[in-house]
Design a protein around this ligand. Structure first.
Ligand SMILES: [Zn+2]
Length: 129
């Protein structure tokens, strides 16, 4: 069996790098300490270092909300000029050959006009009230 490479000094270095402000990846910490990414992850777990958020998830959360999640149209990015709020019965409108969407000019960065944006988006504080 291979002896563990971990010394008190390495543990201290790992702990320091783990919570570094520049958020090095596990692979990066491994390169710095001469170990593998898996050794870093395993050791961090063993000595009880706090879980780290994936940098991918962090980046995703910080991105401004610009998607239209209306299901039928799929995700759309970028300027959308007509309100995509479906008013009334979409199947009936389609059967009659009508456009089921509201069609008013949408707010910048929203799929909806001002009225329908207010209907579709609420803030957490409003729920608490
Ligand atoms: Zn609308």
């Amino acid at each position: 069996m291979t002896p563990s490479p971990w010394t008190a000094d390495l543990d201290a270095q790992l702990t320091r790098r783990w919570s570094d402000a520049d958020r090095p990846s596990c692979a990066q910490i491994g390169r710095d300490l001469g170990l593998t990414k898996n050794q870093i992850i395993g050791r961090a777990h063993r000595i009880g270092l706090p879980k780290r958020e994936s940098p991918v998830h962090t980046a995703r959360r910080k991105r401004p909300l610009r998607f239209c999640h209306d299901g039928h149209l799929g995700n759309r990015v970028g300027p959308i000029t007509d309100c995509k709020f479906i008013a009334g019965d979409p199947h009936g409108a389609a059967a009659r050959g009508e456009n089921p969407f509201c069609g008013e000019p949408s707010l910048p960065g929203s799929c909806y006009c001002a009225d329908h944006h207010a209907v579709c988006y609420t803030r957490a504080a409003e729920f608490a009230a």
